[in-house]
Design a protein around this ligand. Structure first.
Ligand code: MRU
Length: 381
């Protein structure tokens, strides 16, 4: 098994959606891509709540990193010798960040890590002093934990990318849905990490990119990332996938995940379920790439995953603004659950998990206690 923790990476070489610089959190505005690559400066935790809920940043691991960065910003702003006031302000921030998006377990996992650091630091007077850096020790420790979460995620993505790429062969057509790339993670990507690794290994892969209605993460973000790296791809509308499968142009499908339950049921971007069902019909293996932090062993099955319902306005954006569209009803569930039976395997930083998933997930994730599973630490959304 590859030891991803000791993997040598140069974060500067990879696209990173969120990072800390001079006490501010810097973030790519993903709502503007591919038209404009704009880096936003997030200076306040309330702005971070908005950034997550309005999807300036999105993708499960990137949401987790951003929530952690929000805690850092809150501590920077509110630190005070009055511990009660400070604790109260921090609780308000933790709560608001925890409500910014409901489905990705990575957000709650990252907040839990930050809360552990905060709770320990709060008890120590020394953590309120400035020791040689420009920040009090408590704030610096929250910054370092945020950076650790991001750096670890990048390494995990590279490791899972290499595991997944071992199953892709020269000439494969690979379908992906939504964006599970560098933009959605600490860098490199989960599903796109698999494609990236195969491409960097010299395998000739052609990617079919689902547009991903209604927010078009495939058309705007995945296409942009693949183009930047000259990985060959074709953008297709979501409802064209079956056509290309039937024609024999797609050999594999790989997506990311927002939450994977103990039995392998997987929450991911709306439309993932239909991709998996189509794959089954056409005999195409459907894979999910995700780090341990995306597994939620507290949930037995996908039935209990909270599914985010977003504004109906997102559905109507492509239509002309007129009386007709303003008065008709739309629905906008942002995620769906792919039942485990449609999934061929999970790619993780610790290796590949094949069915039966219940024992496979328990064995691999359980054994890596402390490496980064919300599930193993008893997290609740
Ligand atoms: O609504 P989004 O854009 O945050 O949804 C993102 C996805 O569904 C991704 O596939 C998932 O978070 C995995 S990202 C590595």
């Amino acid at each position: 098994m590859a030891d991803y923790q000791n993997k040598v990476v140069n974060p500067a070489d990879e696209l990173r959606p969120v990072y800390i610089e001079n006490g501010s959190v810097m973030m790519i505005d993903q709502n503007l891509l591919p038209m404009e690559l704009k880096i936003l400066e997030i200076t306040d935790w309330r702005m971070m709540v908005k950034a997550i809920s309005e999807m300036w940043v999105r993708g499960a691991p990137a949401i987790g990193i951003s929530a952690a960065a929000g805690v850092y910003l809150a501590a920077r702003k509110h630190i005070s010798d009055n511990r009660d006031d400070f604790r109260r302000e921090m609780e308000t921030a933790f709560e608001a960040l925890g409500k910014s998006r409901p489905t990705a377990i990575n957000l709650f996992w990252a907040l839990k890590r930050m809360r552990n650091i905060f709770a320990t630091a709060l008890e120590k007077d020394s953590y309120f002093k400035i020791n040689g850096s420009s920040e009090p020790e408590l704030v610096a420790s929250l910054r370092k934990e945020t950076e650790r979460i991001a750096d670890e995620d990048l390494k995990m993505c590279m490791a899972m990318g290499d595991f997944g790429a071992s199953l892709l062969v020269d000439g494969d057509g690979v379908l992906t849905h939504c964006n599970a790339g560098g933009l959605a993670t600490g860098g490199y990507g989960t599903a796109l990490g698999v494609i990236r690794s195969a491409h960097r290994q010299g395998k000739r892969i052609h990617v079919f990119v689902d547009e991903t209605r209604p927010r078009l993460q495939g058309a705007r973000l995945t296409a942009w990332e693949l183009d930047r790296e000259s990985i060959p791809f074709t953008l297709i509308a979501d409802n064209q996938a079956a056509y290309f499968m039937k024609k024999g142009m797609i050999q594999k499908a790989v997506t990311g995940a927002d939450r994977i339950c103990a039995n392998g049921d997987t929450a991911n971007k709306i439309g993932t379920y239909s991709v998996a069902v189509l794959c089954k019909e056409h005999g195409i293996p459907f894979y999910v790439a995700a780090p341990f932090s995306t597994f939620d062993l507290n949930l037995e099955s996908g039935d209990s995953v909270p599914i985010e319902q977003r504004s109906a306005d997102e559905m109507k954006e492509i239509y002309p603004s007129c009386d007709f569209y303003s008065r008709i009803k739309t629905a906008n569930p942002a995620f769906d659950i792919t039942p485990a039976k449609y999934i061929k395997a999970f790619f993780t930083e610790g290796g590949i998990i094949y069915p039966p998933f219940e024992s496979g997930i328990k064995d691999l994730i359980g054994k890596r206690h402390g490496v980064g599973t919300g599930a193993a630490e008893g997290l609740r959304a």
